[in-house]
Ligand binder design. Structure first.
Ligand SMILES: [Zn+2]
Ligand SMILES: [Zn+2]
Length: 271
């Protein structure tokens, strides 16, 4: 039995120091990305009363270390498969800087656009532009909720917009404030990598995407993967909230807006 009577979402870490998200019903759960240390994750499982046997799979978005560095260990420890598109598995295998490889028996493929049922979750992967071998977002239907997660988003594509238009719950990147990036200590070449359409989404781009694709069934938005140098949780929340409010989107009443902390657990949130 889970301690949670409903479907919940938890973030164990979000950003360049490590990403891992939990989505669980009272009976089963999945993890999305595995870039948080195994001891830290084990402690969070204990702290939040998470039943490890409920976790049925790990989904990977892309093959950057902050999203995959503990995937092999976690999959072994929990004895669960790791799903990713073929290109992400290949990129992970070829990356000699990421220690430990996922056991072959646990390496499973999810195909773009092809719904896959795992326990209580119907999962569809869609492409998201980023400077990794490949990157995907996931739309996950469970009960009445449609949950979409999009991290490390170079730019808002029609696929990203479509996911926003169909979701009741959204995790979307708000990586940087353009002014902090421009005036900060990052060299120009690195600034360009972040801004160039295969890097990351700014607070303003995130807000614009939400405004352009807003619909009244959207209930909760979590801002993820904030930069530690070029953003702050307050600035991201304030920027997105004020742009949404200026477009008559009622934040705080019909729509909840939260920021995921970089290296601490955020949540649990009920869906
Ligand atoms: Zn990342
Ligand atoms: Zn990345």
């Amino acid at each position: 039995m889970s301690l949670f009577p409903s479907t919940i979402f938890l973030s164990f870490g979000s950003g360049s120091c490590g990403n891992c998200y939990y989505l669980g019903t009272p009976d089963s759960a999945i993890l999305i990305d595995a870039g948080v240390g195994i001891r830290k994750l084990g402690k969070a499982f204990n702290d939040y009363g998470i039943n490890r046997e409920h976790i049925k799979a790990i989904l990977l978005t892309h093959d950057h270390a902050d999203h995959v560095k503990t995937a092999a260990k976690i999959s072994k420890q929990l004895n669960v498969p790791v799903y990713a598109i073929e290109a992400v598995h290949a990129g992970f295998l070829a990356n000699k800087y990421i220690p430990g490889k996922i056991d072959e028996a646990h390496r499973q493929i999810i195909e773009l656009g092809k719904p896959l049922q795992i326990a209580d979750f119907c999962i569809t992967a869609f492409p998201v532009p980023h400077d990794s071998t490949a990157n995907v977002g996931y739309t996950i239907t469970t009960g009445d909720s449609v949950f979409s997660l999009m991290t490390d988003v170079g730019e808002v594509t029609p696929e990203v917009s479509q996911a926003l238009q169909h979701s009741t719950h959204v995790v979307l990147e708000a990586n940087y404030d353009p002014e902090l990036l421009r005036t900060g200590h990052y060299p120009f070449i690195l600034q360009e990598r972040i801004r160039n359409g295969r890097g990351h989404l700014s607070n303003h781009q995130c807000a614009q995407a939400l405004i352009q694709n807003y619909h009244p069934a959207l209930r909760h938005v979590w801002l993820c993967h904030l930069s530690g140098d070029n953003n702050t949780p307050d600035l991201a929340h304030e920027t997105v909230q004020s742009l949404l409010s200026a477009s008559n989107i009622p934040v705080g009443t019909d729509l909840q807006l939260d920021v995921l902390q970089r290296s601490k657990t955020t949540g649990p949130f009920e869906l």
